[in-house]
Design a protein around this ligand. Structure first.
Ligand SMILES: Nc1ncnc2c1ncn2[C@@H]1O[C@H](COP(=O)(O)OP(=O)(O)OP(=O)(O)O)[C@@H](O)[C@H]1O
Ligand SMILES: [Mg+2]
Length: 288
């Protein structure tokens, strides 16, 4: 009965939605688990009936495909440079899950041209109509175009570990975004938590700092334990939620996923979704 009610609720949510939630997965300092979170979160969302696409924004050093054990033939760069169409760079995975690879090899690090921005906006408008959720796995290090994209998306999921340095960097990152877009929806996930209370304390401190100094509200989605299964899953090139469905970390990911889906604010048309409009104005401004 409970499952039926849940299925109905999801169906109704989807019926209202005409455009995807655009979500950037970010962190202050790098290496805190963004890509592993993105891969597993996407899988967990898809298991809940959501049609999800990951865009690996770590252009030139993407690793999402490795986490899924997939060998994509083409990457976002091939679409942006016009050598491939959008459908050619989308790699389908299980369920209703797909990704666009960031591409590997340093030689693919590129300067963005005007026509690439036009392709980007055109491509993302197609994705917005086709999917329920677009997850942008942001790479380590902030480039101009990654900051532009972060400012354009509707929602941010910030990954932080309970370490003080990770917390202060996370705060600086959120402050930077908040100063430019006071209306952004911020979610926080604490990763690699060893003691539950440390995880809770660290996000509570972040939340308090955001409220006190920036008058910004943040939504705590949950925490993920530090778990050797993450590494094992990376080696097996399979998301841990799939490989270890009954593990603690998978249970925690489910809580995070449900919490994210509960916070859904259905958009009714592409025009009322902030993402594309913002993307256009940010990129046009950048080009003067
Ligand atoms: N919950 C966890 N428990 C144990 N190890 C973890 C956990 N989350 C991530 N890791 C490990 O941390 C390392 C970095 O993870 P990941 O590549 O996802 O970070 P990232 O934030 O995407 O890095 P970058 O900033 O370079 O893109 C990996 O070796 C991964 O196995
Ligand atoms: Mg990464």
């Amino acid at each position: 009965m409970h499952d039926q009610a849940e299925a109905l609720r999801m169906k109704m949510l989807k019926a209202h939605r005409k455009t995807a939630r655009s979500v950037a997965i970010i962190s202050g300092k790098g290496g805190v688990g963004k890509s592993n979170f993105t891969a597993n979160f996407s899988y967990s969302l898809a298991a809940k009936g959501q049609k999800v696409i990951i865009v690996d924004m770590d252009i030139g050093m993407g690793n999402i495909h490795i986490l899924f054990g997939a060998t994509p033939n083409h990457s976002l760069k091939d679409y942006l440079t016009g050598s491939k169409e959008l459908q050619d760079v989308i790699t389908p995975l299980d369920n209703e899950l797909a990704f666009i690879a960031g591409g590997s090899g340093l030689e693919t690090v590129m300067e963005w041209s005007e026509s690439m921005f036009d392709r980007l906006i055109e491509g993302f408008s197609i994705l917005q109509a086709d999917y329920d959720v677009i997850l942008f796995d942001m790479g380590a290090g902030a480039t101009k175009s990654s900051i532009d994209l972060i400012l354009a998306v509707d929602e941010i999921i910030l990954i932080s570990t309970p370490e003080p340095t990770s917390i202060t960097d996370a705060y600086s990152m959120m402050k930077f975004i908040c100063m430019q877009d006071a209306d952004k929806t911020f979610h926080i996930v604490s990763n690699r938590v060893i003691k539950e209370e440390d995880g809770r304390d660290s996000v509570a401190r972040l939340q308090l700092a955001m409220r006190k100094f920036l008058s910004a509200e943040t939504n705590v989605l949950g925490f993920l334990p530090d778990d050797t299964n993450v590494r094992n899953a990376v080696v097996a090139q399979t998301p841990f939620v799939k490989l270890y469905p009954n593990s603690q970390i998978t249970k925690r990911m489910k809580v995070i996923t449900e919490s994210f889906l509960l916070g859904d604010q259905p958009h009714t048309s592409i025009e009322t979704s902030g993402f594309l409009g913002k993307l256009k104005s940010i990129f046009r401004k950048g080009r003067g």
